[in-house]
Design a protein. Sequence first.
Length: 232
Amino acid sequence: MTGTYTGLVSNPNFIQSTVGIQAYLVPYVAPTGTTLIQKFQSYLSQIYTTPATQGALVAGAAPCGVFDQSGFQMKAKNNTIEVNPLTGGKYPLAITDCEVTVEGVFLDVDYLHWQTFFGSTAGEIASVAPGVGQLGQTYSGLGNGKVLKQYTLMLRWPSTAVPLGSTTTVPAWDGRVFPKVVIIPDLDCKFDKKDATTCKVTWTAISDLNLLSPDNGLPFSFFDIDCTAAAQ
């Protein structure tokens, strides 16, 4: 008698595209709720008016920048504990933690982006109103040592299962949410004749102790959103 195969299966209908991908960045707020779903949706409440349907965006919510054609690169490196038994070869026993980074290249970097990248505080920004003999200006002090500000980062793209533009369903988005990230201003900006001035930015995920696995009690670094059906 043969068993039933329960491993990976081929799903040719689920080939994701990053066409239309967007990134949203908001200040980190600890999640509310008791269940995992409530906590997941709590992060989304800063971006969506109704996180359960991921419908309209809250007032003022907008993608955090214009990115170049390379989109985003996400790296997740699992650190493991390795054992070497007396009999047999060594193998990884457990995942201790996961190092997660997201990289993207901004095309539209202005002074507000610089302030976000470097975590500028109110006292480090000075604005001067225009007047006689005085330009309207904003001065931003950058590059000093400080504790980095924490944000929540969401990447989203049109759902595969619930396509945007359908006349019978509510538009839906798949995505990936990094509940707590810091921005590393490791910038490499070009100022030359043949290239647009762009800035590569890296977000580093921090395991959020407010978001724990109900099974092993350890914190998550990010969560994935995949829509499987339209809202009723």
